[in-house]
Ligand binder design. Structure first.
Ligand SMILES: O=C(O)CNC(=O)[C@H](CS)NC(=O)CCC(=O)C(=O)O
Length: 293
C-alpha cells in the first residue's frame, strides 16, 4: 500500500509548460524570448513545452509576413531542434510560417504546428485547416488569413509524447468541434491550440471555447498564446490556458505579461472522468447525426 501511494504521488506526474509571449517582426528577439521560456520551463521540471502561434514572428503586413517565412529545413526550425536536443525537451511549435510546396510560383505559406522530440527530431507537422477570414467591423477586427496562407490538406494523427497523446490544432481551429472530436476518436488525450487571438474575440469566446472542447472530448486542453502589442496595428488577448478533462482551468497566464504556466498531466484522472461519464460510448455517429427522417 505504501508503495502504491508513492506511485500515485503527484511528483511522479509528467509536467507540461504552456507559454505566453509577445512576438514582433524581429525574429532574433522572438527566438531569445522563446529560448528563455523553454529554459525556465525545463528548470520547472517540464518535459514538453508549448509555444504559441507566431512564436517565430508576427509580421506587420502581408509582404513582411511572406518575406520572413521559411521552410521546415530552414534556420529557425534547425535552431529549435538544437534547443530541444540540448535541453532534452519536447517542443510544440504552434503556428510556424512555413513556405508552401508551391512557394516559387504562388508565394503562399502554411500555418504549421510542429512537434519536435527530445532529440530535436521532427515527429509531426499539422497544417492549420480553418483560415481566419473575418471582418468584425464594429469591433475593429479585420483579418484575411487566406490572402497569404493555404489551408492544410488533412487531419494529423495524435502524437505519442512523454505527457500523453497530443492532438494538433492551431488557433481558429478551436472553434470547430468536428476537428476536436475527430482527434478524440483517433485517441487524443491532450488537445493543443497554440493561438494569437484578437482581443475582441478572446474576451468574448476564448475561455468558453477551450473549456467546451475539454468537456466534450474529456481531454486536457493546452493553449499557448500571444499577448499584448506585436506592432502598431495588432494586439493579442493572451490568457494562455491549461484546462483539465473535467473542464476546470488549471493554469492561466493572464492578459498582460509574457510567462508560462506549469501543469501536471494526470492521465489517471482523464481515465476516471471518461469511465464515470462515458460520452464517447454514448455518441451516435453511426446511426443518428448523419441522416434525418
Ligand atoms: O498572422 C499570423 O502571422 C499568425 N496567424 C494568426 O494570427 C491567425 C490568423 S490571422 N489568427 C487567428 O487565427 C485568430 C483567431 C481568432 O482570434 C478567433 O478565432 O477569434
Amino acid at each position: 500500500l505504501g508503495s502504491q501511494n508513492m506511485m500515485s504521488s503527484s511528483s511522479s506526474l509528467p509536467v507540461a509548460a504552456v507559454c505566453q509571449m509577445t512576438a514582433t517582426p524581429d525574429k532574433e528577439a522572438n527566438f531569445s524570448t522563446c529560448t528563455r521560456l523553454v529554459e525556465q520551463a525545463r528548470e520547472g521540471g517540464a518535459c514538453m513545452v508549448f509555444l504559441p502561434e507566431g512564436f517565430d514572428y508576427i509580421g506587420s503586413n502581408r509582404e513582411e509576413t511572406l518575406q520572413l517565412s521559411e521552410s521546415l529545413d530552414g534556420d529557425i526550425i534547425s535552431r529549435y531542434s538544437h534547443l530541444a536536443r540540448k535541453l532534452d525537451v519536447w517542443l510544440s511549435l504552434g503556428g510556424f510560417h512555413e513556405r508552401g510546396h508551391d512557394w516559387k510560383t504562388d508565394r503562399r505559406i502554411y500555418n504549421s504546428h510542429i512537434i519536435l522530440n527530445g532529440q530535436g527530431e521532427l515527429v509531426s507537422v499539422y497544417r492549420k485547416a480553418h483560415l481566419f477570414d473575418v471582418e468584425l467591423t464594429s469591433k475593429g477586427v479585420s483579418l484575411k488569413e487566406s490572402a497569404f496562407t493555404v489551408p492544410g490538406p488533412r487531419l494529423v494523427a495524435p502524437v505519442q509524447t512523454p505527457i500523453g497523446k497530443v492532438g494538433l490544432g492551431v488557433c481558429y481551429d478551436l472553434r470547430f468541434p468536428e476537428l476536436s472530436s475527430a482527434l478524440r476518436r483517433h485517441g487524443a488525450e491532450i488537445l493543443t491550440y497554440p493561438s494569437a487571438f484578437t482581443v475582441a474575440t478572446g474576451t468574448a469566446h476564448w475561455e468558453v471555447l477551450l473549456r467546451a472542447r475539454a468537456i466534450e472530448t474529456q481531454c486536457f486542453v493546452l493553449a499557448a498564446a500571444q499577448v499584448g502589442a506585436h506592432h502598431a496595428k495588432r494586439t493579442s488577448y493572451g490568457h494562455a490556458l491549461a484546462v483539465d478533462p473535467w473542464g476546470e482551468v488549471t493554469g492561466d497566464c493572464g492578459g498582460s505579461d509574457e510567462g508560462l504556466t506549469l501543469v501536471q498531466i494526470d492521465l489517471q484522472r482523464l481515465r476516471d472522468v471518461r469511465r464515470d461519464m462515458p460520452v464517447q460510448q454514448h455518441r451516435r455517429d453511426q446511426d443518428f447525426y448523419c441522416s434525418l427522417d
